[in-house]
Design a protein around this ligand. Sequence first.
Ligand code: HAM
Length: 425
Amino acid sequence: MSTKLKAPKGTRDLAGAEMSAVIRLESVARAVFRRYGFSEIRTPLFEHTELFSRSLGATSDVVEKEMFTFTDRGERMFALRPEGTAGVVRHFIEQNLNVQGAVHRLYYMGPMFRAERPQAGRYRQFWQIGSEHFGQSEPSVDADTVRAAADILRGVGVGFVVQINSLGCGACRPLYRKALSDYLHSKRSELTEESVKRMAVNPLRVLDSKADGPKLGDAPVMKTYLCPECRVHDEKFRSFLGSAVSVEENPRLVRGLDYYSRTVFEFVSDRLGAQNALAAGGRYDELVHLLGGPPTPAVGFALGVDRVVSLMAGEEKRPQNFAVVISLAEPADEEAFQLAEAVRSAGWIVPPVFSHKKKMKNQLAAAADSGARYALLLGEDELAKRTVSIKNLETRDQKQVDISAAVAYLQRESGLFHSAPAQER
Ligand code: HAM
């Protein structure tokens, strides 16, 4: 007995209305990125595992337990990319982009892979749209990164709140880490085993813990430890954002990946349930250097496509310029084929000709279901008279017109294009 084939756990196909929403989101994002001067990059879906362990942090959840890894026949270790930033940074370093000019702005869209426990809004293969901006340390660039993400979400009609925080820099974060560590030690007996383990390697991540976070309301916050430079950066970032994007300060926002410094942010929605982050990102001024490149400031974000499309309103109903050609008898097949091509050439959506092998009634029902506005019927009668019967699938009105005037008739009837009236029969 054969078992039914299924998509792997945590994955799914993008099709139908969801796929249409993805296409719309991608096209809005491309237009926004173009306005901000970004160009597109596509990096491999897999990279050397080391790239991710060195950039995301060996003790981050993603590297510790969520990567899909494999070895090739030469025993080299690879991982499916769990996010887009590391690959783009690798590209920046490998191509010596810093010598070719100071500033580089790149955006990407594509699938990412994390072996997380699947739940609503959390998949093992999910899609991101993101950008990375290299070579500028000004807080205005952080603000523009947030604005670009906001422009995309607004462009597809999805509401959000932006939470922001500063994680400080190599100079001030160690002082904060120490203070937080001391505090966590004083709470040790109340914490879960997982948090006690995290405490030793990355105390900031304990604040992120679902179980323990709420018990740590009086934990010290990074804000009070910021050095003067980080404080000024943070203030300017917030003032550049101004009223264009309304933000909430979240002093406990720490992010799950280790490469961040200074600005971090998350776009959240209260319509998403537990997985409420629509997009996230921040500054990572030390990462390029850490991976072997020249010291280069950078900032970026990534938006979770799956989550954003789940909040996008349904696609607009049927397009105006959608017609179906139905051949009613074999001798009409050739003419129907030519007619479909002629209507398509005028910019209409016309699927391959519906054949005479099924009943006309069923073909008309299928045409209406598929979203078509008009059915173009060609049978032996029409063929003899060199005409076509055009049925409006909404009003059910039907007219016979000269076949040579069919395109002009459709253009006029649909109100899409202005053209001379076609002669009706
Ligand atoms: P991240 O917060 O790990 O950041 O992911 C960004 C967004 O991807 C999340 O806010 C969420 O919408 C979506 N996402 C993450 N994991 C899943 C999942 N398992 N299923 C569905 N959606 C998911 C990054 O990836 C950074 N690379 C962002 C960045 C770019 N920072 C600087 N530059």
